[in-house]
Design a protein around this ligand. Structure first.
Ligand code: ZN
Length: 406
């Protein structure tokens, strides 16, 4: 028997059973085979080795379903060349892992400095102890002269005309693992500061074009996600049948109702990512109140939006996946104040983003049959703790991959 029994002060399962005080899990072959009270499992599995973390909280590990760690980040952060690009990429992935994140939703947009195919990105990370879903995208950046790129055309910029070409859209859609920001309805500031991108926010597509693009995904049996902000763009996204809204900054109350009734999912990015003020804690509370499946993501690396009172940053240096708990904290605390259960609150960083990735049957909750991806921490991530140092251990498929001693 290769399994073990892991014991925690409490287990926040994010499943139907909620929190189990003095809980334990049986882990075998990378999977969770039982979750229950410690006393019940100890009796039943008296022969199995025990790992005692009874001074710590055990939770599902975190899922950041909107990141740009492998394409934009290496060239933004480090003096890399194409020879060392993925070396830097892997160290950034390690930082995510050491921040408690064991699953990522990565966007590949096309970038003038990165002449890599989506296959190159997949290969670079295939043996790493982390689960990465890729969303190939096209992107429109709000420079003085708009710049368009796609994951298919790599470092070569394209024209607006090419962006809507069915063949190209089909190629992007076919390589998409999940509805990330496959299309940018508004031109993006990307990770540039405001002065450099005066046209950020400009709407790129007509409603007719947007409907055609959405149709390409849906005919392939795929879902489509969009980068969208502002009432005009959001209205178009609703009309076109976009499945997942990334950002949705500047959404109106009426549009929140529509998102809810259509079953559209929202990936909130409280740190920034569009031309508008990012999602406030109050807005995220509203999404939850309207039963919208909402996730919180970093969109890292990003310069944090200045003038958002809920953000603890005082400069615009690029922030990475290590701030996920920190930027989620204000919204999670507000939910707590409104008497939401800690499991429902933690779902914003675990079960809900796993659902956006289409991997809710694999991880995001601590439940029999799911992957043994979990954290051992001094409190509930994002709700009670925001410093990565308070995450003591990270387990991926039953194996300890991060170990902070002491
Ligand atoms: Zn993004």
């Amino acid at each position: 028997m290769t399994g073990y029994l892991v014991r925690g002060k409490k287990i926040v399962t994010v499943s139907q059973v909620g929190t189990i005080t003095d809980g334990a899990m049986i882990i075998e072959n990378g999977k969770i085979t039982a979750v229950d009270k410690w006393e019940n499992l100890r009796e039943q599995y008296s022969y199995i080795p025990v790992i005692d973390y009874s001074q710590y909280v055990i939770t599902p590990s975190l899922v950041d379903c909107h990141t740009h760690l492998l394409e934009f980040a290496p060239t933004s952060l480090y003096p890399v060349t194409s020879e060392t690009h993925f070396l830097a990429g892997k160290s950034i992935i390690f930082l995510a892992l050491s921040s408690g994140i064991t699953a990522l939703g990565e966007q590949i947009c096309g970038h003038p400095l990165c002449n890599f195919s989506i296959e190159d990105y997949r290969k670079a990370v295939q043996d790493l102890p982390i689960d990465i879903s890729f969303a190939p995208t096209s992107i429109s950046i709000g420079f003085d002269i708009l710049a368009h790129f796609t994951s298919i055309t790599k470092s070569q910029s394209v024209t607006k005309r090419e962006l809507i070409e069915a063949n190209l859209v089909g190629k992007i859609a076919r390589e998409s693992d999940y509805p990330g920001e496959n299309i940018f309805i508004n031109a993006t500031p990307a990770n540039f500061t405001q002065e450099v991108v005066p046209r950020a926010g400009e709407i790129i597509y007509s409603l007719k074009e947007l409907k055609q693009i959405t149709e390409v995904y849906h005919q392939l049996g795929a879902q489509i996600g969009a980068h969208v902000a502002g009432e005009e763009g959001i209205e178009m996204a609703l009309e076109a049948g976009i499945d997942v809204f990334h950002h949705a900054h500047g959404i109106s109350n009426e549009q929140i109702e529509k998102v809810s009734s259509k079953g559209v999912k929202i990936v909130a990015t409280p740190m920034g990512g569009t031309h508008l003020r990012p999602n406030s804690p109050e807005e995220i509370l509203q999404f939850v109140e309207k039963n919208i499946l909402v996730s919180i993501a970093t969109d890292a690396y990003l310069p944090p939006y200045l003038g958002a009172s809920w953000l603890p940053f005082n400069n615009q240096s690029l922030k990475g996946p290590d701030v996920l708990m920190l930027i989620a904290h204000p919204a999670m605390q507000l939910l707590k104040k409104h008497n939401y259960d800690e499991n429902k609150i933690l779902a914003l960083l675990t079960a809900n983003p796993a659902n956006v990735l289409g991997k809710e049957h694999r991880f995001g909750r601590l439940e029999q049959g799911l992957d043994a991806n979990f954290l051992v921490a001094e409190g509930i991530p994002g709700l009670e703790i925001t410093e990565v140092e308070k995450i003591k251990k990270v387990f991926y498929l039953g194996k300890k991959v991060i170990d902070r001693k002491g």
